[in-house]
Design a protein around this ligand. Structure first.
Ligand code: UDP
Ligand code: MG
Length: 319
C-alpha cells in the first residue's frame, strides 16, 4: 500500500500558468517512486478560464481533483478549503505561479520520511520583487517576532509539506480571518527548514497589492498578539502619571506666583496630543472588536460550487 501525497494548489486567475505548472509538476512526480499522488486544485473564484483548463487536464489525468469555490475568498481561505478536502498522508502546498520550484518536493518528502511533520521552504533570495517590498516584508517580520510570543519564520511562504497530524490540527483552527503563516508555527510539531531561491512569476501577475499586504500585516498582528492593546494601556498609564505631576506643578505655580493669562500653546499641545493618543487607542480596540464581531458570526469559511474528486483512483492506487 502506497502512501498518498496531496499537492495542494490554490489558484486565482492563473490561466496562463496552469498548463506549465502541471507539466513541470508532473515531471517531478514521475521521478518520485513509491507514492501515489493527488493533485488538488482549489479554484478560488477565478474570473478567467482557470477552472476549464483544470477540468481539461482532469480528463487525461485522474490524479487531479478540483475544488471550485463559490467566489474569490482569498488565498488563506483557499488553503484551508484545500486542507479540508485533501486525502493524502501529507500535503504539499504550492503556489500556482511556479515561484515555488516543484523540484523541492523530492527533498521535502525525504525529510518527511525522516520524521519531520512540517518541512518548509525558506527563500534565500526573492527574484522579481522590488527592494521596497523586501524591506517592508523584513521589517514586518521583525516587528511581529518582537511582539508575539510564537516564533514566525521570516522569508517563508506557504510552500511546505505538512504531515497528516499538522493538517488535522490546522483544520481545527476555524477562525474566519486567517493568518496561516502564524498558524503553522502555532500548532508546533517537528519543523525542518530547507533553503531555496525564489523565482519570479512564470506568467501572469501578482494578486497582491500594498493595501492587501497591509491588511495581511494587521491580520498577522491582531490574530497572534494582544500587545497593541497592552501598549495603549501602558501609554494611558504613563500619560496619566505625567499629567498628575504637571497638575501639581501648575497648582503650585499658580498658588506661589499667581495667575497669568499665558498657557495657550501648552494647552493646545496637550489637548492635541491626548486627542491623538485617544483616537489611536480607540482604533486599536476597534481592530480587536472587529475581529470579535467577525468571529462571533460563526459563518462557514467558504462555500464549494463544485467538487470533482478522484476517490476511486486513490483507493485503487492504494491497494
Ligand atoms: N491566490 C488565491 N486567491 C487569491 C489570491 C491568490 O488562491 O485571492 C493564489 C494564487 O493563484 C497563487 C498564490 O495564491 O497560486 C500566490 O499568489 P500570488 O502569486 O499572487 O502572490 P505572491 O507570490 O505575489 O505573494
Ligand atoms: Mg506569486
Amino acid at each position: 500500500m502506497f502512501k498518498t501525497i496531496t499537492i495542494l494548489i490554490p489558484a486565482y486567475n492563473e490561466e496562463e500558468v496552469i498548463q506549465q505548472l502541471y507539466t513541470r509538476l508532473n515531471k517531478v512526480i514521475e521521478t518520485i517512486k513509491g507514492y501515489s499522488f493527488e493533485i488538488l486544485f482549489v479554484n478560488d473564484g477565478s474570473r478567467d478560464c482557470t477552472a476549464e483548463i483544470i477540468k481539461n487536464l482532469r480528463i487525461k489525468d485522474k490524479r487531479i481533483s478540483l475544488v471550485d469555490l463559490s467566489r474569490n475568498f482569498g488565498k488563506e481561505i483557499a488553503m484551508i478549503a484545500g486542507l479540508d478536502f485533501s486525502r493524502g498522508d501529507a500535503v504539499v502546498i504550492i503556489d500556482a505561479d511556479l515561484q515555488d520550484p516543484p523540484e523541492l518536493i523530492i527533498e521535502m518528502i525525504e525529510y518527511w520520511e525522516q520524521g519531520y511533520d512540517d518541512v518548509y521552504a525558506k527563500r534565500e533570495s526573492r527574484a522579481g520583487e522590488t527592494w521596497f517590498k523586501k524591506w517592508t516584508a523584513s521589517t514586518f517580520y521583525k516587528l511581529l517576532q518582537k511582539i508575539s510570543r510564537i516564533p514566525i519564520q521570516e522569508n517563508t511562504g506557504d510552500f511546505r509539506l505538512l504531515d497528516r497530524r499538522c493538517i488535522e490540527a490546522l483544520k481545527q483552527l476555524r477562525e474566519t480571518q486567517r493568518y496561516t503563516k502564524g498558524m503553522f508555527s502555532w500548532i508546533g510539531y517537528n519543523k525542518k527548514e530547507i533553503l531555496f531561491n525564489r523565482d519570479s512569476r512564470a506568467a501572469g501577475h501578482t494578486k497582491w497589492n500594498y493595501a492587501k499586504l497591509l491588511d495581511l500585516a494587521i491580520e498577522g498582528i491582531t490574530s497572534f498578539t494582544t500587545v497593541p492593546l497592552r501598549i495603549s494601556s501602558m501609554l494611558g498609564i504613563i500619560i496619566s502619571i505625567c499629567s498628575f505631576f504637571y497638575m501639581l506643578f501648575i497648582i503650585t505655580k499658580t498658588l506661589v506666583f499667581g495667575e497669568s493669562q499665558t498657557g495657550y500653546p501648552s494647552l493646545m499641545t496637550v489637548v492635541l496630543f491626548l486627542g491623538g493618543i485617544q483616537l489611536l487607542s480607540l482604533g486599536i480596540i476597534g481592530e480587536y472588536l472587529g475581529r470579535i464581531f467577525n468571529e462571533t458570526k460563526r459563518r462557514p469559511l467558504y462555500f464549494v460550487k463544485e467538487y470533482n474528486d478522484n476517490r476511486e483512483f486513490i483507493s485503487a492506487a492504494q491497494h
